[in-house]
Design a protein around this ligand. Sequence first.
Ligand SMILES: [Fe+2]
Ligand SMILES: [Fe+2]
Length: 465
Amino acid sequence: MNLYDRIPNNVNLSEDKKLQRALEKWLPNYLDWWREMGPEGFQEKDVWLRTAVDVGSEGWAHFDYVKMPDYRWGIFLEPPQPDAKVGFGDNYGRPAYQEVPGEFRNALRRIIVTQGDTEPASVEQQRQLGKTCPSLYDLRNLFQVNVEEGRHLWAMVYLLHGYFGRDGRDEAAELLERRSGNPDKPRILEAFNQPCDDWLNFFAFTMFTDRDGKYQLSALAESGFEPLARTCQFMLTEEAHHMFVGDTGLGRVCRRTAQLMKEGDVRELGGIPLEIIQKYINFWFSYSLDLFGGEISSNSADFFAAGLKGRYKERDQYTDHLATNENFTMTIVEDGELKTREVPLRNALNEVLRGEYVKDCEKGLARWNKVLAEEGASERLYLPHPRFHRHVGEFAGHTFDLKGNLISPEEFERRKSEWLPTMEDREYVRSLMHPVFEVGKIANWIAPPAAGIKGKPFDYEYVRL
Ligand SMILES: [Fe+2]
Ligand SMILES: [Fe+2]
């Protein structure tokens, strides 16, 4: 097999023998990991997948039946911009970094490893879901998300191998050694150690946690380290589909629930009550907010100063790319009370990015509430306050209700079963998860999608079982 068939790429891999050898050594380890930790029970099945064979409009969305281990995991970067410049921070306007600047080496490696770790983690979290898919359409979407997360791992490993030498190779090896939820060698970020073992979890995860990915990648897509920027730009095109799966998936669950509400008791009719959907939203939204890091952060200031990680749409949304003179007003907990404090803007950039994310999530809630209205339900879903149920940052270690009011830990304990999924809720949802493998059929707890994939109907044989 020639190199391009083994490792499709647009980075001239054949001309960089050292990198080629490193990646060829990593490839069998990656495939071992995929076989061990990728989707269980479907590795030999033909799945109608989108495969990137190039970054151009023709090449990046090529659809065909593929067995997942034969998926063409490739390395694709957006084409370079002539005269690329550092777009923000202390080196604003200087030529973009084509190599890793020595003084930022550790920070940059940490950014890439943290992003890279999330990609295989989500595949691990989702590996059992195929066995309980609500339809072949959903099964295909799950696998599409999984193979693309695998490719995103390739994208980050390319940077580690290509730009960080020996310690990059070590980090790339460790990305295949950590395991989601494993107490001895867990994944780096907590949301990626939470079980994602039913489809309501999956849809909430792809809605809220993949959407964190969109904001992290967007901030890195304008990085002054050009290879990282070009890598993340291309990853974002794939990421859009993952969020679509979560957003429309939850919308379809809402639709079905509202339909069943008109017929009688949702539980008796085998649907998912709105209270349970709300609790899953509360759970995944709060864990995903933690992924943005502390509200007040010297790392965020350092990354921005270095020109490594900017704000969301830094180029288009802002005119002052130095952000040295502004303050940000932040709410914090002090002496058991909520108080406001002025923080230098550069130290508040995690919170600024989180704010963009919250706005985006609110749009999803509006779409689901529109579905509920269309089906004649008067109930509405909502986002909990960003202070609710946080494990990272200013609000970790304090307890809040859904509206963000500071409450005692005892009150939180007393009421948390109203706000977060209980064992019984999770067991009830799991009890509904029976596979539907027949072409064109769908589980009772979810409505069919408005359309199929890439012009195919819903009753297309998306996976050949
Ligand atoms: Fe990803
Ligand atoms: Fe994703």
